[in-house]
Design a protein around this ligand. Structure first.
Ligand code: PMP
Length: 278
């Protein structure tokens, strides 16, 4: 495997990260997972914009454009012959003696490399189950930070109980997002999803779905869903780079649509399928 480390391409085993990289000591960095279909990046511009946003929010001085990151990522794809998969990319604040404040001098450290991702066709056909987990994360979930501990713990809880994904709720009453996905409900033909604010990550797939809804003239409400409303939904689905549009057929004991895939979800799945024919 060929990896991108800052400006350089290397073989995987030549990647040597320092023990004092702030990514390790503080989780001080940000990341992206970018899907590749048919040898081409899907929504790369949006990913790079979100990456720049995350970098700016935590004041890592790295300029995606002047570093010609897009060009390098295209080269990385070619060098690894990625056809159907994804690129994982992370940028940390770099190496510094362990002190909390941002170091006066440090050089951001970038790694990007292919990760195996294949389409979750079985889950898309049959749907998945979710379990509610309290959202105990910090209040800047809009930053795609390396700090994923509660996401990891929630996903583990879900898997241990036989569910594919955890659904976060906050303040005892409203749903935010999945542990690694955005959540959408459908009621009376309307798609309802949490507004893109500090409580959720504004998923790139979420953006694609909102555009699709506009094209397909499916009404959308960007607002909080309460736990009481969850039970009344006609349909539900999650969206992410790796799950695309995956129907949710039950949340804990509560089943939607008799455990079958709803009509609006199906239309969005079909629409998404067309988008990824790159
Ligand atoms: N929310 C969270 C918490 C996530 O980890 C992800 C996946 N990275 C998403 C939403 C979906 O984002 P995207 O569509 O960009 O993959």
């Amino acid at each position: 495997m060929i990896i991108l480390n800052n400006q350089d391409f290397k073989v995987r085993n030549d990647a040597k990260t320092d023990i004092e990289d702030r990514g390790y000591t503080f989780g001080d960095g940000v990341y992206e997972v970018i899907r590749v279909y048919n040898g081409k990046f899907f929504m790369l511009d949006e990913h790079l914009q979100r990456l720049q946003f995350s970098l700016n929010e935590i004041a890592i001085s790295y300029d995606v454009e002047s570093e010609k990151l897009q060009e390098r990522l295209e080269q990385l794809l070619e060098q690894n012959n990625v056809v159907d998969g994804a690129i994982y990319l992370q940028i940390t604040r770099g190496i510094a003696a362990r002190n909390h404040p941002y170091p006066k001098k440090s050089t951001p450290e970038l790694y990007a490399y292919p990760i195996p991702v294949s389409r979750p066709l079985e889950a898309q056909q049959n749907g998945i189950g979710m379990t509610l987990v309290q959202d105990m994360r910090w209040l800047r979930c809009d930053i795609k930070s390396l700090n994923l501990l509660w996401n990891v713990m929630a996903k583990q809880k879900a898997h241990e109980q036989g569910y594919k994904e955890a659904l976060f709720y906050r303040d005892e009453n409203h749903v935010t997002e999945g542990s690694s996905s955005n959540f959408f409900g459908v009621k009376d033909g309307k798609v309802i999803t949490h507004p893109a604010n500090n409580y959720i990550l504004n998923g790139i797939t979420r953006i694609a779905i909102l555009r699709l809804c506009e094209q397909l003239q499916i009404p959308v409400e960007e607002r909080e869903l309460t736990l009481a409303e969850l039970e009344e939904l006609d349909e539900a689905f999650i969206a992410s780079t790796t799950s695309e549009v995956t129907p949710v057929v039950n949340i804990d004991e509560h089943k939607f649509n008799d455990g079958t895939i709803g009509e609006v979800t199906k239309r969005l799945q079909d629409g998404f399928e067309k988008l990824i024919q790159l």
